[in-house]
Design a binder for this molecule. Structure first.
Ligand SMILES: Nc1ncnc2c1ncn2[C@@H]1O[C@H](COP(=O)(O)OP(=O)(O)OP(=O)(O)O)[C@@H](O)[C@H]1O
Length: 254
């Protein structure tokens, strides 16, 4: 996945000022940055959901030249606050992830149902299959949104704050699952993340976005530093190097 000079204007303002970003096949890149930096906009521009100028290509193809169905087989995205349709069961919602494979006017195949069942098991959602979405807790819903994206079996997974509603156990479970899929199936992963320690623990590379510009890019220890965080988040933190990556600890103001 590559962007070159990606520029987005919304509501009369420039939100992304020409972003250059490459995510290699099989790589996990975390986009970090303060609120309003343009992280979600960048994911939306990569999938063609917001109008952008410059280059956005997925595995060598210009995203704006791809048909919707074709794009949905290549890239799956979980937005920050997906619409929760009333009256739809978990099973039917996750089955929507198979839409790009189901012929027009056709029905899902047994193979589609197998994929959905496997994803439900992997995300511990099997017991929820017949529940309607509005009855689920925030964390259960977040796993259902991810399940739908995984059911899409796309090569590129874009996740906007994928674990914001999850307890620490489910955070680990979901991120470990994404990491396993990356290792086993060569999935390419681009996530936005506010938890810098988690970003550093899972991502191969971290890209710091501020004011719609890439201000740093590198390995987690290169980017997640006390001075970088002070400058761009106006936060006082201590960064402790561990073998799992930098651990970011906020310092309470005296
Ligand atoms: N449709 C829009 N019209 C006007 N401004 C917009 C629009 N969409 C986003 N913005 C602005 O663009 C900026 C970047 O928003 P974006 O959601 O990409 O930031 P973010 O880095 O994901 O933030 P957060 O960490 O708070 O989720 C924000 O200032 C936001 O208000």
């Amino acid at each position: 996945m590559t962007t070159r000079g990606l520029r987005v204007e919304l509501g009369g303002g420039v939100i992304l000022h020409g972003v250059d970003l490459t995510v290699e096949a099989g790589e996990w890149v975390a986009i970090i940055g303060p609120n309003g930096a343009g992280k979600s906009t960048l994911l939306n521009a990569v999938t063609g959901l917001v109008p952008a100028t410059g280059v956005a290509s997925l595995f060598g193809r210009d995203v704006r030249r791809m048909r919707h169905r074709e794009r949905a087989r290549v890239v799956a995205m979980v937005v920050q606050s997906p619409v929760v349709p009333p009256g739809v069961t978990v099973l039917d919602y996750v089955l929507l992830g198979r839409t790009p494979y189901i012929p027009r006017f056709g029905r899902e195949s047994a193979a589609d149902l197998d994929v959905v069942r496997e994803v439900l098991v992997r995300l511990e959602l099997r017991d929820f299959a017949d529940r309607v979405l509005p009855t689920l807790s925030g964390g259960e819903l977040q796993r259902v949104f991810l399940a739908r994206a995984l059911a899409q079996e796309a090569r590129l997974l874009l996740l906007d704050e994928p674990t914001s509603a999850l307890d620490i156990g489910h955070q680990q479970e979901v991120l470990d699952l994404v990491d396993t899929l990356r290792r086993d199936r060569g999935l390419t992963v681009l996530t936005t993340m506010h938890d810098l320690s988690i970003a550093g623990a899972y991502a191969d590379r971290v890209v710091l976005l501020a004011g719609g510009r890439v201000v740093a890019s590198g390995t987690p220890p290169e980017v997640i530093t006390e001075s970088m965080i002070a400058t761009h988040y106006q936060a006082r933190v201590r960064v402790v190097d561990t073998e799992d990556g930098p651990l970011v600890v906020p310092i309470r103001t005296p």
